[in-house]
Design a protein around this ligand. Sequence first.
Ligand SMILES: Cc1cc2nc3c(=O)[nH]c(=O)nc-3n(C[C@H](O)[C@H](O)[C@H](O)COP(=O)(O)OP(=O)(O)OC[C@H]3O[C@@H](n4cnc5c(N)ncnc54)[C@H](O)[C@@H]3O)c2cc1C
Length: 450
Amino acid sequence: MTAPRLVVVGAGPAGLSAAMEAREHGSDVSVIEENSWTGGQYFRGRPDSTAPGSPRKFARHVGDMELILGSAVIDAVSGRLTIAQAARRPRQVSYDGLVIATGAYDRPVAMPGWTLPGVITGGGAHTLAKAFHVKPGTRVIVSGAGPFLPQLASALAIAGSHVVVCEATGFATALQTLAWLSRDRAVLRQAIVELAALARARIRIKYRRIVTAITGEDRVTGAVVQAVDRDWRPLPGTATSMGADAVCLAFGFVPNLDLPQLLGCGVRYDPRLCTYSVVTDSGMRTTQAGIYAAGEIAGIGGARLAAARGRLAGLTFAHDAGLVTEARYSGRLKTIANQVVRLNRIADRLNQAYRPGSGLWSLANESTLVCRCEEVTAREAELALEHNSRTPAALKAATRAGMGPCQGKMCTPFLTEWLRSRHGYSVPADVRPWSVRPPIRPTRISDMLE
Ligand SMILES: Cc1cc2nc3c(=O)[nH]c(=O)nc-3n(C[C@H](O)[C@H](O)[C@H](O)COP(=O)(O)OP(=O)(O)OC[C@H]3O[C@@H](n4cnc5c(N)ncnc54)[C@H](O)[C@@H]3O)c2cc1C
């Protein structure tokens, strides 16, 4: 009898952990990853890390699994995925169980000048600096919120940039959050390392400040920085201009939901966090039989939580496939579930402390592009509103926002919040963020004809 086949999409900490756990219980495992390396976002530029879900830990198991790198899942139906590979024909991969661990991407924020060359997302800038030792600019303004900012700023400083950090929340919030988090040794250690790196690079954080507009003709030459209130609303009379050749916008991450949505998995909107995520039960089962969610797609919570959720998903698959005895399952489940609960608590605390303030959705002026693929301006979106297009889906139909190559990844998270905060839209519990159609990754036409 052949072992049940688990396919894992995404080789970040969540996907690698799911693969290792399921393999340990006897599953036949394949891992599909669009990059040519494993480790996802967190382990890029950290080749020596042996943290849970790291490529070094995975290397010990890789001989027992099929690892399909450089291959993006572009389409899916129940039980079968289509993957595109450079210089090869697309391939079909079938599965008995599927773990989706496709991670997150930087939250897009539309403001005047955000499409100028020299504006870069926080995650993108961090990857450039830590993995490739490339600085996005010589004088860089980082505007955002949360514990990722110190990591980002020190990586940029090491790469050779002069960095100014604008943190949207207040100093008291940072202090209270740090005090609360210091119960967890690993978090405390990481915070100390990051604060020491900031001090060494002489980087000061300007609290309750955000970039409200980015200036320049053909590329970034500076930015307008303003003090903000508790809701991140710019305070009149506080605008100052600063010179810069790069601006990093780092207002957190949003889950990458195209594959789960394509497969009909339920998603849920959390108005406190301003994100959708995949609905799961306590074993990471989605609403579709045989499909499990792991990592950031089940809610933003960082690499350690992603890895723990990945292990849980791998274990649940092995249990559902009849590979683990009830006794072994409940013992292992207890250990991992306790870890997930503890790490969830930390994630909740961070997400609450740094939840996006509604002022962020009012920065765009009339001529600001809100959908950069289809070049839709805020004015055009306002006009559509006047004609009763009051939901993201209706705005999409009226303006073409969300119909470009990124399939709404860049504009829909912003437009949902823009409608919510400025126009009183309340997201119904059962409404999906946007419809997803294949291919979910940019694909050659010849591949689509196969
Ligand atoms: C650009 C960026 C940089 C980040 N850097 C850091 C950091 O330095 N420190 C930190 O604490 N947190 C960082 N984060 C947050 C980070 O997402 C998590 O903490 C952690 O990496 C989440 O693990 P994951 O396994 O859920 O997702 P990821 O690590 O994002 O892994 C998901 C994997 O899925 C793959 N994938 C996605 N779609 C497909 C598809 N259709 N087909 C095939 N493969 C696919 C991706 O290529 C990726 O390798 C970053 C996030 C982003 C977006």
